[in-house]
Design a protein around this ligand. Structure first.
Ligand code: GLU
Length: 289
């Protein structure tokens, strides 16, 4: 099977060194495997996405020496595909509507018997307040959640995924109890978007024929959700390469640092692409990776 990977930034701000690292790692892996590197614009968050950031993504990546086939997939064009996938999961009886606010969730978890709330990939694990609700009474103020207990029980066997990265290399079988306790009933469709990061990324990776997802280690537990959704929707189970995060001297994640500078700012300062690649901690010649 021909290797296909992608870089999937959200145009909600400028690209930083961490994005450069991720994009270059994916691009170089595609080159080394004789495969393809695709770009996808993840703009489902219409309130935060900006055309000028999208334009800047293209410019910054070209400046770093990357190229990709046209046309570029844009998630805002793909809403019917996400709706179809959501409807399949609803028809399988795995979803319920939820109108809890963050405040409701915190209040439900503040009862003394609840102990310290557990954080999952999307924040505090949902306590299940709306789990008894039926999809028949879903309304416009509801998000749609995946019932993780029903979802894991739905499959005869849970899938495993292969990880080829430097941190978690090996085969990772999904474990129902881990998904229920450490991930919980994730949102599949936000009321303001009609979809979610998790659902759209799974649908699009399959549509684009991605064979390996290259991305940061911060998304490792989100991968469990994505692999579960792949299995539930009958899509190919992908291979993953999670890379380490670019950190500063104090160990703080560079892209999250308050003064993290954008690639654009380094360009404007007159740095060369190789200097930025070096700052990201990558060899300037791809053959040395
Ligand atoms: N749009 C996501 C981000 O920018 C992509 C993550 C992924 O590669 O799946 O974090």
């Amino acid at each position: 099977m021909t290797y296909v990977t992608r870089f999937a930034p959200s145009p909600t701000g400028p690209l930083h060194i961490g994005h450069a690292y991720s994009a270059l790692t994916a691009f170089r892996r595609a080159r080394a495997e004789g495969g393809s590197f695709l770009l996808r614009i993840e703009d489902i968050d219409r309130a935060r996405s900006r055309d000028e950031y999208e334009q800047q993504i293209f410019e910054d990546l070209h400046w770093l020496g990357l190229d990709w086939p046209q046309p570029v997939m844009r998630q805002s064009d793909r809403m019917p595909a996400y709706r179809a996938a959501l409807d399949r999961l609803i028809d399988m009886g795995l979803c319920y509507p939820c109108n809890c606010t963050r405040g409701d969730i915190r209040a439900a978890l503040s009862a003394p018997q609840e102990g310290t709330p557990i954080e999952g990939p999307d924040g505090i694990i949902y306590p299940g307040t709306c789990r008894g609700r039926s999809m028949a009474d879903a309304g416009p103020t509801d998000a749609i959640r995946l019932d993780m207990t029903r979802a894991t029980a739905h499959l005869d066997a849970l899938p495993a995924f292969r990880e080829t990265g430097p941190l978690f290399g090996g085969v990772h079988p999904l474990v129902a109890n881990d998904l229920i306790v450490q991930i919980g009933d994730v949102i599949l469709a936000r009321k303001d978007m009609g979809t979610s990061y998790h659902l759209s990324v799974v649908v699009d990776d399959a549509e684009q024929g991605i064979t390996e997802v290259v991305r940061g280690a911060d998304l490792f537990s989100a991968t469990w959700i994505h692999v579960l959704l792949q299995a539930l929707l009958g899509l190919p189970i992908l291979q993953y390469y999670h890379h380490g995060l670019v950190r500063d001297d104090t160990g703080k994640r560079l892209a999250k640092r308050d003064d993290a500078r954008s690639i654009r700012a380094y360009r404007d300062d007159g740095l060369s692409p190789d200097q930025v690649i070096e700052m990201a901690g990558l060899p300037v010649t791809p053959s040395a990776t």
